[in-house]
Design a protein around this ligand. Structure first.
Ligand SMILES: Nc1ncnc2c1ncn2[C@@H]1O[C@H](COP(=O)(O)OP(=O)(O)O)[C@@H](O)[C@H]1O
Ligand SMILES: [Mg+2]
Length: 251
């Protein structure tokens, strides 16, 4: 097992308030880790500290051995860390395929200008990009939806497109903030399958989630935050039977 993400003694303070307090957490490559905890526990702040939206007051965050703490969001994204946002960030008036192609944009050799000017090399690159996007959509069982507008898809499929776009962008760590919000039980089961597909590609997942059905089903590891501190980590079964977790949260 190799550690993909290593959070070491991270503390985040906001004007006297300690939102995250001395948290250390390792996540193995190609596994799913879920962060749970009551509102105000510091989950989003820890996410922000990993993705560069806030700078940790103390501690280090290493991804594949590279220090992320203190680096800019785009540098962190370039290191392979992708975050999906609640409510998407998908382009609703574009098709599924076009959204996935947008994810690939930064990974292609030629820019929009070359395509506009009709360079043969750009056209070839575009064809290859479409082929690669369709292969990926096929793997994610979304190929039959490729030409549908994202805004016309049910929530569950939109969530899957969002994850697929992150894969298209060659994400190595995908961070999901409450992906189960608004999903039916069947959608959650499908999402758990999608996450298994993601980890089978060698990609690591860290998610904030309140939906225990999804957390227990999809996680290799669960980390419980409470008042900014890491209360417990363990397998879903260990967390379910942990006394202090039951008291603080699941109770
Ligand atoms: N930008 C900010 N400025 C000041 N306080 C913040 C900021 N962001 C979060 N907090 C505070 O930090 C604590 C943790 O919040 P948050 O990380 O959003 O918790 P969670 O996501 O677990 O609900 C809360 O007390 C919240 O009010
Ligand atoms: Mg939050």
């Amino acid at each position: 097992m190799t550690t993909a993400l290593s959070v070491n003694n991270v503390t985040v303070r906001f004007a006297g308030l300690v939102a995250v307090s001395d948290v250390s957490l390792d996540i193995e490559a190609a596994t799913v880790c879920s962060m749970i905890g009551p509102n105000g526990a510091g989950k989003t702040t820890l996410f922000n500290a990993i993705t560069g939206f806030v700078t940790p007051s103390e501690g280090s965050v290493k991804f594949n051995g590279i220090e992320l703490a203190g680096r800019k969001t785009h540098a962190i994204a370039k290191a392979g860390v992708r975050r999906t946002f609640q409510g998407g960030g998908l382009f609703g008036d574009m098709t599924v395929l076009e959204n996935v192609l947008c994810g690939m944009q930064g990974t292609l050799g030629t820019g929009f200008l070359g395509t506009l000017l009709g360079f043969p090399s750009a056209r070839r690159a575009e064809r290859e990009a479409v082929d690669r996007a369709m292969l990926l959509l096929d793997d994610m069982q979304l190929a039959s939806h490729a030409d549908r507008l994202v805004s016309e898809l049910p929530f569950g499929l939109q969530r899957q497109v969002d994850i697929t776009r992150a894969l298209a962008a060659r994400a190595e760590l995908i961070m999901l903030d409450e992906p189960a919000v608004g999903l039916s039980v069947a959608d959650c089961d499908r999402l758990a399958e999608v996450l298994r597909q993601v980890t089978s590609r060698g990609v690591t997942v860290l998610m904030i989630e309140h939906n225990m059905n999804l957390v227990m089903q999809a996680s290799d590891k669960v980390a419980v935050l409470n008042y900014g501190q890491l209360l417990a980590t363990g397998t879903p079964a260990q967390i379910r039977s942990n006394e202090s977790v039951l008291e603080a949260y699941l109770g």
